[in-house]
Design a protein around this ligand. Structure first.
Ligand code: ADP
Ligand code: MG
Length: 323
């Protein structure tokens, strides 16, 4: 149902960055160790995401473009993942309803792959194709059939900034995955995928920044907090350099962001914020699932306990640094 798909797309596929996010999260869900993102003209001309993940079986390829056909809900843990990762089997059909999509995939290195081509929700081709292991999705002609949405897009400069921001966050949340991001033929960012979060921080925020990050670690009965936070002398004029992940999934939560800032007590100047990448490991049962799946804003039970742990962990770490 193309119309239903377009409506669903309206909720979540607002701009090129949303497509990048959905495609990369699919690659991460597929246990990829490498994700290459190639974008032309801030995504208005083309968005391509190539991964080396588990691929899709030939029979399942058309299913992947059917609404609510997710292969991912089978346990409570998965439910949390689906919650934060988006989208309950709506991303691909939504994207395909408002663009031209070509997906090539294979499950094994030498086995035959599959190529499917959709445009405006219609399948134009679905056939065997040579492919390496993994999935290669290419999205072009974005919003060609929904001119209103095209009109809402900001300048290419702004759209590119949004794409870059989401790729940065996903790379910070997944230091064991090698990311590359190329825009108009120029490499913007690359991470090694060796699990070294500090290196990813340095690649994104600069070598100097990388040197001024402190590892943090703290836990209580319910939560484990790890990551890197900047020394109080290294700040930025915006909170957007604070990245929070839950079980290594990028989320947004106002209270947790505040808790990180409060960990610095009065050591920050007014209007200045730290650079931070903080992961919280927790039992998914503590995540409130009554939040719109497209939103990254996540609610937690025991939030006051967690904010206290975060602030304290950072406060203690910075205090040790000053000894
Ligand atoms: P969801 O991610 O919520 O399941 P999507 O529409 O994003 O829904 O994807 C639909 C299905 O297509 C997924 O459940 C998965 O089985 C398959 N899929 C999509 N992208 C990939 C990929 N890069 N690698 C392997 N499988 C994929
Ligand atoms: Mg998805």
């Amino acid at each position: 149902n193309v119309l239903a798909d377009q409506i669903a797309a309206g909720e979540v596929i607002e701009r090129p960055a949303s497509i990048v996010k959905e495609l990369v999260e699919n690659s991460l869900d597929a246990d990829s160790k490498r994700v290459d993102i190639i974008v032309e003209n801030a995504g208005l001309d083309s968005i391509r995401v190539i991964d080396d993940g588990i691929g899709i079986a030939a029979d399942d390829v058309p299913l992947a473009f059917r609404r609510h056909a997710t292969s991912k809900i089978s346990s409570r843990k998965d439910l949390f993942r689906v919650q934060t990762m988006g989208f309950r089997g709506e991303a691909l059909p939504s994207i395909a309803s408002v663009a031209d999509v070509e997906l090539t995939t294979a499950q094994e290195e030498k086995a035959a792959g599959t190529m499917i081509h959709l445009r405006g929700g219609e399948t134009l081709a679905n056939k065997p194709a040579p492919a390496r292991r993994g999935t290669d999705v290419r999205v072009t002609d974005l919003f060609y059939n929904t001119p209103a949405r095209l009109k809402y897009l900001k300048s290419p400069h702004t759209e590119l900034a949004r794409i870059t921001d989401i790729i940065n966050r996903l790379a910070l949340a997944n230091p064991s995955v090698a990311f590359s991001f190329t825009h108009n033929g120029k490499e913007i960012f690359r991470s090694a995928g060796n699990g070294n979060l500090q290196q990813v921080v340095a690649a994104i925020y600069g070598i100097q920044a990388g040197r001024k990050m402190l590892p943090i670690s703290g836990e209580d009965d319910d939560f484990k907090v790890t990551g890197y936070v900047s020394l109080p002398e290294l700040t930025r004029a915006s909170r957007q350099y604070i990245t929070i992940t839950i079980n290594h999934r990028y989320i947004r939560n106002f209270e947790l962001t505040k808790a990180i800032i409060q960990g610095y007590e009065s050591k920050l100047m007014v209007g200045r914020y730290p650079i931070a990448v903080v992961n919280i490991d927790l039992d998914p049962v503590l995540v409130d699932v009554n939040v719109h799946p497209a939103k990254r804003e996540v609610r937690l039970s025991k939030e006051p306990q967690l904010t206290k742990l975060i602030s304290q962990t950072i406060r203690n770490r910075i205090a040790t640094e000053n000894l």
